[in-house]
Design a protein around this ligand. Structure first.
Ligand code: PLP
Length: 407
């Protein structure tokens, strides 16, 4: 009989969202007349903005005209979009990223999950705790994480981020090959200052590590001193890959478009005494396994960079920011410690003394018909916290706040 990749069998099912759904369903059955409001939504709710829709419509029409029809596009993405990204997201901020180093894709989740393929099977991996699960599970599938013991992988380096260390991961005692960092952070909504990010880039330069930097929430940054890109740190182009997405920036979670920057200057050991450009390997990997993001979607993404497009998406983000700010204030008024929620659509709430994540989840559900996400679901160090998201409608957010005040 054929044997499967047994690494898949070591993965524990992610019960978090299943457990939440079950508890919410039970509550609704017992309280059929109560409207349950979810503050756990990890997806945008505002529709696509007009500029994006218009670009999408015209691109669809082009596809029906013989002289404009497009078949397979470049695996790396169309030049018009790669140049718009290089100009707007980088050159405008004084960063010189070559359009040629930008790879367009159908999502940051797939790029983040796929990128580990480029590294040796015994590479050591470091992740923050709590963490976005994709980094951990994709390396587990490749057999890099060892065995699961007491809810943690024994070969994975966990970097706790808690209120005790101000949500800044400390440098590890043993050297990892790969370091996943996500800022602004999901789930905590916290950010790294330029100095903190520099500490990590300098460490990677000194120890020859690769940083896989997920900045899916870059568009939510409002504080002036928070870096938008890891390439704002000197030398980062030699050690870091940056992942970005139009999902949270412009409501593309259903449309699907993202990009990954793999700088030409980033090289790793080839196992034979020499070195090899990561970019050439990623290009090889994409050309083999991927046929590119749809033309119509790339035209829609290009429209995000038009002056009208920028103004329209800015309004949507401001609306989410306002939700976050009102939610944070309401939680603080309940006497709770609140983190994040300023440069990110996520609020990380420290639950009342002596309570655990799930107890507070039950409390909010049964006393106020509100749904949050228990922090422990994102990792051990998330115990004692819950995540709230600002992606709900303003009216639902207001109603949620009224209920919290009544608690
Ligand atoms: C939403 C999200 C992404 C974006 O994923 P897409 O596949 O581009 O939709 C990436 N990283 C994190 C941490 C996210 O929360």
């Amino acid at each position: 009989m054929t044997t499967v990749n047994t690494n898949f069998l070591k993965l524990t099912a992610n019960y978090l969202f299943v457990d939440i759904a079950r508890k919410v369903k039970e509550f609704k059955e017992q309280n059929p007349d109560t409207k349950v409001i979810s503050l756990g939504i990890g997806d945008v709710t505002s529709p696509l903005v007009p500029s994006v829709l218009n670009a999408l419509h015209s691109a669809v029409d082009e596809m029906g005209e013989a002289e404009h029809f497009r078949g397979y596009g470049p695996e790396q993405g169309y030049d018009f979009l790669r140049r718009a990204i290089a100009d707007y997201d980088y050159a405008r901020r004084g960063l010189s990223i070559n359009a040629d180093d930008i790879f367009i894709s159908d999502g940051a989740k797939s790029d983040l999950g796929n990128f580990q393929e480029l590294f040796s099977a015994d590479a050591r991996v470091a992740v923050t705790d709590p963490v976005y699960p994709v980094y951990v599970d994709s390396n587990a599938m490749a057999g890099r994480n060892g065995e699961m013991k007491d809810g943690q992988w024994d070969r994975l380096l966990y970097l706790p981020v808690t209120k005790e260390n101000g949500f800044v991961p400390e440098l590890p005692k043993t050297r990892p090959d790969l370091i996943y960092l996500c800022y602004p952070n999901n789930p905590t909504g916290t950010v790294l200052s330029k100095d903190a990010l520099k500490m990590w880039v300098d460490y990677a330069l000194r120890e020859n590590c690769v940083i896989l930097y997920d900045s899916a929430y870059e568009a939510y940054i409002v504080d002036k001193d928070v870096p938008h890109s890891i390439y704002e740190i000197d030398g980062a182009e030699k050690v870091a890959v940056e992942f970005r997405s139009f999902s949270k920036t412009a409501g593309f979670t259903g449309l699907r478009c993202a990009y990954t920057v793999v700088p030409s200057a980033l090289a790793v050991r080839d196992g034979k005494g020499g070195s090899v450009q990561l970019k050439s390997l990623w290009n090889r990997r994409q050309c083999t396994k991927y046929n590119g993001c749809p033309y119509i979607v790339q035209r829609a993404a290009e429209a995000v960079y038009s002056p009208e497009g920028r103004a329209e998406i800015e309004k949507v983000i401001v609306k989410y920011h306002e939700n976050a700010s009102r939610l944070s204030k309401a939680m603080e008024a309940m006497g709770l410690e609140v983190f994040g929620g300023v440069n990110a659509p996520y609020i990380w709430v420290h639950v009342p003394q002596g309570m655990q994540s799930w107890e507070f989840f039950n409390h909010l559900l049964h006393k106020a018909a509100l749904v949050c996400t228990p922090g422990v679901g994102f990792g051990k160090s998330g115990e004692g916290y819950v995540r709230l998201t600002a992606f709900g409608s303003p009216s639902d957010t207001d109603e949620a706040i009224r209920r919290m005040k009544a608690l």
